[in-house]
Design a protein around this ligand. Structure first.
Ligand code: URA
Ligand code: URA
Length: 247
């Protein structure tokens, strides 16, 4: 066999220098490596196989400017196979330091609220946030930051496929249900009711807005009609719906 015949056995560039086109596999999912570089890069459904797969791209994500000041990206905690998902606003200082959501004072109260109706925070829920990186000084995330991060959250929802979603505070309501509904009414009006939200796949999902635990910490009254009292009604309604749907 001549040298040139032997060369032709390998897929080397032909005489005009262009490499042979690779066989067409399944449709391209986009370049995983590009996702953290710009909010313009889409994150199509199916990009991630497990919740853990989000950790690596989020840990060096620069889709928005929150990437410049974070210590740790915060993906989630709890059980990704659970039926109840909680979505908060974004990491605070403790969450940024530990890389886990709701581990500060708000998180301790949230765990108590869940435990009050026998939800085990490690087994029965998965907890995450609208934005994965801490906004400096705990300001609210800006709409472009929420938009840049939303496709990660939509992948988390697709992967988990929760039966019920709790939108913890006004930012989560805005992030999922949209500012139209928030514009119509504040969280005090929206909380405690189930809304049907169509996810990225067109699947209808039941979501309930509840007060943010940081708001409850600032409003300690337990009187009838107070935020704490209302949240107690809400979490009991969540337990009832969960027992209907999950058992
Ligand atoms: N507040 C949030 O909304 N999320 C957290 O993870 C912590 C505090
Ligand atoms: N503002 C919020 O963002 N969330 C609440 O739960 C209450 C006030």
């Amino acid at each position: 066999m001549s040298d040139s015949e032997q060369f032709s056995l390998f897929n080397l560039p032909d005489s005009n220098g262009s490499p042979p086109s690779p066989p067409q596999a399944s449709p391209p999912l986009g370049d995983l490596a590009l996702i953290p570089t710009s909010a313009q890069v889409p994150i199509p459904p199916g990009t991630f196989q497990t919740m853990a797969d989000l950790q690596e791209p989020c840990s060096h994500c620069q889709r928005c400017e929150l990437g410049q000041s974070r210590t740790h990206a915060v993906i989630g905690r709890g059980n990704p196979q659970a039926s109840l998902m909680l979505i908060g606003e974004g990491p605070g200082q403790h969450e940024d330091e530990q890389g886990l959501p709701f581990v500060g004072k708000s998180g301790q109260l949230l765990d108590k609220i869940l435990a009050s109706v026998n939800f085990n925070p490690a087994q029965d829920v998965y907890i995450c946030n609208v934005v994965k990186c801490r906004p400096p000084g705990n300001r609210k995330p800006e709409p472009p930051e929420m938009a840049a991060c939303l496709p990660y959250l939509l992948e988390q929802i697709r992967l988990m496929d929760p039966k019920l979603i709790l939108l913890v505070g006004a930012t989560a309501v805005q992030g999922i249900l949209g500012s139209k509904i928030v514009g119509k009414a504040g969280i005090s009006k929206l909380r405690g009711q189930w809304y049907t939200w169509q996810d990225a796949q067109g699947k209808e999902r039941l979501c309930m807005p509840i007060f943010h635990p940081s708001y409850l910490l600032r409003n300690q009254s337990r009187e009838k009609g107070s935020p704490k009292w209302l949240t107690w009604q809400d979490i009991q309604a969540v337990r009832t719906k969960y027992d209907e749907l999950v058992f």
